[in-house]
Every structure is written in C-alpha cells, then in structure tokens.
Design a protein around this ligand. Sequence first.
Ligand SMILES: Cc1cc2nc3c(=O)[nH]c(=O)nc-3n(C[C@H](O)[C@H](O)[C@H](O)COP(=O)(O)O)c2cc1C
Length: 243
Amino acid sequence: MKILAFNGSPRMEKGITDSILQTFLEGARSAGAEPETIYISKQKIKYCTGCFNCWFVHPGKCIHKDDMAMIREKIKAADVLVFGSPVYFDGFTAQMKTLLDRLIPGGMPFIENRDGHSRHPSRGKELKTRKMLLVSTCGFGEIGNFDPIIHHMKAIAANFASGKYMGALVRPMGGTLEMLKEEKPAEVKAIFDAFRQAGVEAVAKGEISEGLQAAVAKPLISVGEFVNRANALFSQLIDENKK
Ligand SMILES: Cc1cc2nc3c(=O)[nH]c(=O)nc-3n(C[C@H](O)[C@H](O)[C@H](O)COP(=O)(O)O)c2cc1C
C-alpha cells in the first residue's frame, strides 16, 4: 500500500502536525505500507490563477511549471492520501489549500451528478479511488474546533470520484503533548501509541476505528486548566521578551 502524506504546516519537521503524522506513518510502515511525506513548504507551488487553460486549452496541463507536476504523478501512484495540516483560521493552512487548488487539472470541466451533488469527473485516474485521511492538530481545547476542517476533508473526498473518507486523527490542545510530557509521561505515550496503532489499522483493515480516532483526541487536562496554564505561559513569554 502506497501512502502519500502531505504536511501543510509551515513549521514542517518542528511542528506538532509532523510529530503525530510521522507516528501514524511509523505504524503504517510497520504493517507493510510504503509511506512518503511531502513537506509542502519545501516545494515550489504557485497559486492557481483560475485561467482554466488546464481544461480548455491544453487539457490536463497547468500553465505553471513547478513541483505540482511531480506531485500529481505521485498522487496517481498512491493508494492512500493523508492530509496533515494544523487548523489555521478554522481550516487548512494556505500551503495545503494552494496544493489542493492546483489539483484542478486532474478533473474535467463537465458536470455530473453523484449522490445528488454536482461534481466534476476525474481526468483518467487522477482524482479517482483514493482513500483519504485527515491528520490535524490545533491550539484550542474543544474538539469542535475541527468541525470545519473535517467537513472540508469529507467534501474533498466526495469530489474525488470514488474517493473514500477514511476518518480524522485530530489532536486538540496540541501544545499539551510537549507541555505535559514530563508531568504525565504515560498519558502522553498512550496518545502517541494510539496514533501508531491507527497507522497499523489503516493498513491492516483499510479503515481506522472510532475508538482509535477518539483515543488520539483524548484530553490530557481539562480545557479550563489548559486555558489557565497557557495564559500564564503567554504572559510570562511576553514579559521575558520585554527584558
Ligand atoms: C495563522 C494561525 C492560525 C491559527 N488558527 C487556529 C484556529 O483557528 N484554531 C485553533 O485552535 N488553533 C489555531 N492556530 C494554532 C495552531 O493550530 C497550532 O499552533 C498548531 O499546533 C500548529 O501546528 P504545527 O505545530 O504543526 O505547526 C493557529 C495558528 C496560526 C499560526
């Protein structure tokens, strides 16, 4: 099973998204998958200009010559696409959205009705038959902070002809994984173990159980306690930088 993962965090390897994404991929690799990660910030990807040359002038080809041509080839070869992105303003990062918009040459202009909804057909296999998983983290505490990004991920999966939404591995209060690693080592380890196990399940069963999706999101402290501790830390950081 070829798994192509995108990391849309501008913090790349230093970010929380990468720590949970790589733990998931470690599990998948141990179960026999071949994972590859593309750090979007390392790629040259220009914005879609909305010119539609890729539909009407030279079908399937973008006017831009950049790393998207290589990325589209990798997407064609993948069985599973993993979209790793922190929540930025309630959605995907600009890096991830820029990549998503540039997938438009993989669709055709024609409009068809699938499951009562207007969709574009795939150009060949490009936007077809991929399982899709969201891996995300955010700063705030409530799980509902992921509602918009999950909704978006499901819509993207439905837009890919026969694309299948595999689920979402989301981690609220992402900062607590680092903040509490010495105070609550066993609980922090259990979260990472759940991400790893989700990788194993994704390969072995082709899906991730609701139980594991809940396990990766399990709060380490209450939202109230997190807010108090985070605010105290923020005040301290501001004071320290004044000196
Ligand atoms: C521009 C920006 C917007 C953000 N918007 C949100 C938000 O809407 N909700 C939230 O809970 N966290 C938000 N955050 C916090 C990030 O999701 C959080 O810091 C996350 O851990 C970053 O992931 P990373 O470490 O992989 O880069 C935002 C951060 C930035 C820089």
